[in-house]
Design a protein around this ligand. Sequence first.
Ligand code: HMG
Ligand code: MG
Length: 285
Amino acid sequence: MADHVTLYEVGPRDGLQNEARPIATPDKIRLVDQLSDCGFSHIEVTSFVSPKWVPQLADAAEVMAGITRRPGVCYAALTPNLQGFEHALAAGADEVAVFASASEGFSQRNINCSVAESLDRFRPVLAQAAEKSIPVRGYVSCVTDCPYDGPVAPGAVADLAAALAAMGCQRISLGDTLGAGTPETIGRMLKAVLERLPADRLAGHYHDTRGLALQNIATSLDLGLRVFDTSVGGLGGCPYAPGAKGNVATETVAAFLQSQGLATGLDPDRLAGAASFARSLRSAP
Ligand code: HMG
Ligand code: MG
């Protein structure tokens, strides 16, 4: 049997959060419902963040309430603090994610606090999540480069990833937020993180600004990673990482993996349908 790779679909969240024009709530629900039929085990649906910071996702609770849940699919949401966690729980999120940055500049711009302060905010989220048996994912942003601070030391990424894991995050998703990483810098960063955590606790989250995400995935596969975050139709970017493009497109990664003899369990025809709908939601082609 082919080796299995999990594609963690982040399009409805990471993809749509950066769209300039408002996207109707029913369209977001339709996108998630189409993705639910594709064979994903995880779909990141939305974020319970401040609507002043990310107005596009102000309808998080409505989207969660409107989707048709397919048994076996885990519907996840981002939660930067306890307030977000409580809203996500009320909305029925199956998994939540806290998100920190390996660089101070991005931490301040993205979540308005230092890296150390962000960990203090996450502690009560992790405690509440453990009480309610909700799995928590931990994101580390800017794993090679920061839009404000420049190159990021692999050791800083490893320290933060280890801290999030020690707090109780099941898996740490390593974000090349800018899409500036190369096989060399991603490889160096991963080797530092792998000294602290095993590959099965890690995911690669690569934006595709320079078109290197597939090569970065190939490097990560060589180092043992088997979970990658991808965005259907290549939607997205981060509002606090100017110029960064979306995550590498799910359908592109699925086809690449298949060419390498690696199975994702995704239905290519349904995925193509969801990608085409996702692209129709984008303001610019
Ligand atoms: P703050 O202004 O410092 O928060 O924002 P605060 O605690 O001082 O509260 C200020 C106001 O926000 C209050 O409302 C709170 O109630 C409200 P007011 O009294 O002024 O009316 N508030 C909230 N409202 C709804 N949900 C909440 C919440 N928390 C506070 N959870 C905060 C701090 C973290 C909230 C803000 O900075 C924020 O929401 N940031 C989110 C930014 C974001 O979503 N960025 C994109 C996601 S990260 C990403 O894309 C990277 C990733 O993909 C990986 C990668 O690529 O690297 C994950
Ligand atoms: Mg991202």
